[in-house]
Write a protein that binds this ligand. Sequence first.
Ligand code: GDP
Length: 601
Amino acid sequence: SQPTDTDDESEATLRTPIVAVLGHVDHGKTSLLDEIRGSAVTEGESGAITQHIGATAVPLDVISEIAGELVDPTDFDLPGLLFIDTPGHHSFSTLRSRGGALADIAILVVDVNDGFQPQTLEAVDILARTQTPFIVAANKIDTVPGWNPNDHAPTQQTIDAQTDRVERDLNENLYELIGDLSDNDFSADMYWRVQDFQNNIGVVPVSAETGEGIPDLLTVMMGLSQRYMKEEMAVDVNGPAAGTVLEVTDTQGFGTTVDAIIYDGTIRADDEIVVGGVEGPIVTEVRALLRPRPLEEIRTEGQFEQVDAVAAADGIKIAAPDLDDAMAGAPIRVVGDRDVDDVIEEVQAELADIAVQTGEEGVVVKADTLGSLEALASTLEAEEIPIVRAEVGDIAPRDVRVAETANEVKHRTILGFGVETLDDASDLAEQEGVRIFDHDVIYRLVEEYEEYVEERERAQQDQVLDNITRPARFQILDDHTFRQSDPAVVGVEILGGSLRRNSNVAKFEGSEPERVGLMKSIQDEGEDVDEARTGERVAVSIDGPTVGRQIREGDTLWTEIPEKHAKILEQELTGDIPADEVETLNMYLEKRRNRDPFWGK
Ligand code: GDP
């Protein structure tokens, strides 16, 4: 791919390791890549840096220029490093291929002042799941108060130039970070103390702003690749290419194109290829391989230059017919001299491997790439949230059509990660009562959905409670008979629970309640009220009894609770009603169960 590694065919069989940069928003992923790119351009002789789609290649000689005395280029035979440019949440797509990771190795960027944040955790989860080796760039060391900047200096050198207090403050932050990693089951230490990078994560203090520590970062990445990845980097560069779609884009003059990272073999400008699409593998023929031109040539020559062939590892824009359905994160294969059906099968198998488990009932899930779809689906699975359909792409009306058929209202929902909602889809959703959630952080997305479900359930429970007879025990006060009958009006004190209108009133003779009438109204100091609670004294009118016959002053009366209600109250709602009501309920149950131990069970 680059002049440096195609000069000698026999050397070219070790490909460039692919590096992904991940981290929480604003922790400095873009700045770090810019800094590396910038240093590479400054240090590299002209021509050493080739333009790539979706990636920045830094050849070994440029790394050794940047790293200065830290790197002796003769120690290495890997050609350099290929950094995937990972805009925002697209980072997940870079971590997907062959059931593992497209990136061979990763840098987790963490703001040294801010520490672990939701997207940091998310990245760590994915790194662990895909078993991608990584190092931590503890970024923004220049923001430690009192920092004395030494542009582009190696870490140790710049730390030596700080005051004791600044160094102590930095160390405090670094150790907190190491603690966060260990809380997530990663043992980590300052990179210079790490002996075995396979079992320990190296932390490299850097500043993307001043370039401090960048020499160390590149050195550690290079060393790590050389030490642990050399075998995997041995590829047949002349064989048929394998790659991953990073993004599906419209390119002027070429229609729908895919930006892809090629991690194996060579793709040529007239190759037959198979690309993973929404409806399955797409078989098509390359029309053009496009590489961005250097800035200074764009005005005269156009934005892209066509090339004849591209070898791993490299990023390239591929123009071909029928790519509209291609999916970000999907595999891409050159057919070469193989049987096209075998290649289709291979792509199909890989797509099936990524395919999310869906069922008859559940939520609709949409994501921007296969990688993020998979990450979201596995989070949902862990939370036991079922999925009815999972696809890459924006939220469209047909997704609403699927969501609205869910049996359970809480599943009439679409969860979108890093996607847009098409206008007609949001209109239709509103019309059909389908809820759409979208967020660029998976944790948050799932959390928001769960909060919604909880809220709904609470509202439903409130509704159930409203329709259920609540326990109450009350006593007729002496000398408080205001009317003897039709209806009887007496003063009562609530001994426990919640007395409500329109409930049946009962009196216990032994363990059998005897209905004496219906609670018609409750008055508190002359005002009609719906409810009276423990300790309150109110006037009640009861339809049915006559004072002195069925009821008497001093009697203890109860709200009669239907058996079905008693059962729901005891088994489902004791957590939702006040303690005095629970106590009253238990007294009621105890009385009834004296006679029938299974009453209300
Ligand atoms: P991303 O969202 O992870 O890509 O973060 P950016 O690279 O966009 O950085 C977010 C902000 O932090 C920007 O304003 C950067 O200028 C700033 N920033 C990034 N790295 C550093 C650093 O090392 N030192 C300082 N002082 N600021 C930084």
